[in-house]
Design a protein around this ligand. Structure first.
Ligand code: ADP
Ligand code: DP6
Length: 332
């Protein structure tokens, strides 16, 4: 018990950004603890944000959680309560909390709302509770809730590497390491029917390619990390697109198919751009959107071609951004 005793309401508000995986976490190690089966590498994105406020209140008789103004219930509420309960274990006089969160981009749609959401929630809860945890401890609690969220604590390029019964998140390179841009092609505003967690579970159980994916993913991560540090943008792009397609290919025989006709149309645009000498490489997570890596001299041509691709609702221009930060805290 290290938290100070409090009788008044205390709040903290955090802004965090989603991160997109260039080398994917897809699959969990056996056993408890939400440990990824594969190492992953990501870019934390500017341009998309989650803002979460947590207020511990001695007058509350239960937690109240809203996302986008709607009260959460069921599994979504329980994941939030797990974080709050872990934080409360370290507080002298635990209190229930009011949590309100907003994502300024589609939720549960493959744009990593769980990553920015659980990163923001965990940092806000620990801060509002007045706990002085190391960043690694905060990130580890977020990781146990949604593994990719541990990477959103860091600006620029981050990794999450399994290590025995846990996994460690760290920054690999700062946000100005490479002049990469990310064009996020939004193809639907709808939520997906299979969450990332359920999707990867089904793939591990049912895909004949799963073992090959896990082995490939470790090699791909290592080479990608090297290409990133060497600033070899061409090799980086090739590896990124290959990694995403391998992840999605692994899901096909298990019936875990996140790609839609619009996704394939965007992939076709990306290939056409490359054939005309424009730097553009695609990646997709557990959803139909396509995130396209571009460089300053390919940004304009790629943006025009992607915007004009049938099925693309809008294109969000993002770049390597900041890690999670507390924007306000104090007595409510
Ligand atoms: P995504 O591709 O958007 O990460 P997931 O299926 O992995 O989709 O996770 C989506 C789930 O994460 C939501 O259904 C909700 O339970 C949770 N979530 C998303 N954003 C937030 C948030 N800001 N605060 C708390 N939970 C969130
Ligand atoms: C395809 O981190 O959402 O985006 O740990 O079960 O919450 P849980 O899964 P989550 O999975 C992310 C999957 C991915 C790839 C990645 O971000 O590395």
């Amino acid at each position: 018990m290290s938290g100070p005793q409090k009788s008044s309401k205390r709040f903290a508000e955090v802004v965090a950004h989603p991160n997109i995986a260039l080398a994917k976490y897809w699959g969990k190690r056996a056993g408890e603890g939400n440990v990824p089966a594969t190492p992953s590498l990501s870019i934390t994105l500017s341009g998309l944000s989650t803002r979460t406020r947590v207020t511990f209140d001695p007058n509350l008789r239960e937690d109240k959680v809203t996302l986008g103004g709607r009260v959460l219930s069921g599994p979504a509420q329980r994941r939030v309560a797990f974080v709050l309960d872990e934080v409360r274990k370290d507080v002298v006089s635990p209190q229930f909390a009011e949590v309100s969160s907003e994502n300024d981009f589609p939720t549960a749609s493959g744009l990593a709302s769980s990553a920015s959401g659980f990163c923001a929630l965990t940092l806000a809860a620990v801060t509002a509770a007045g706990l002085s945890w190391e960043q690694s401890r905060v990130a580890d609690l977020a990781r146990r809730t949604s593994a990719s969220s541990a990477r959103s604590f860091f600006s620029g390029f981050a990794e999450l590497v399994p290590d025995g019964a846990t996994a460690r998140a760290a920054q690999i390179a700062p946000k100005d390491h490479l002049p990469l841009g990310v064009l996020v092609c939004v193809t639907t505003e709808e939520q997906k029917s299979v969450s990332s967690g359920d999707g990867m579970k089904r793939v591990a159980e049912r895909s004949p390619f799963y073992a090959a994916w896990v082995e490939f993913a470790a090699r791909s991560f290592k080479e990608m990390r090297g290409a990133l540090l060497e600033k070899n943008t061409l090799r980086l792009g090739e590896l990124v697109e290959e990694n995403a397609l391998a992840m999605h290919a692994t899901g096909l025989p298990a019936g875990v198919i996140y790609l839609k006709p619009e996704t394939l149309r965007v992939l076709e645009t990306v290939r056409t751009l490359r054939a005309s000498g424009v730097y553009a490489y695609a990646t997709m997570d557990a959803g139909p959107h396509v995130k396209v890596l571009v460089l300053p001299d390919s940004n304009e041509a790629a943006l025009a071609a992607l915007t004009a691709t049938p099925g693309v609702l809008r294109v969000i221009s993002a770049e390597p951004g900041d890690g999670a930060r507390v924007v306000a805290e104090g007595e409510a």
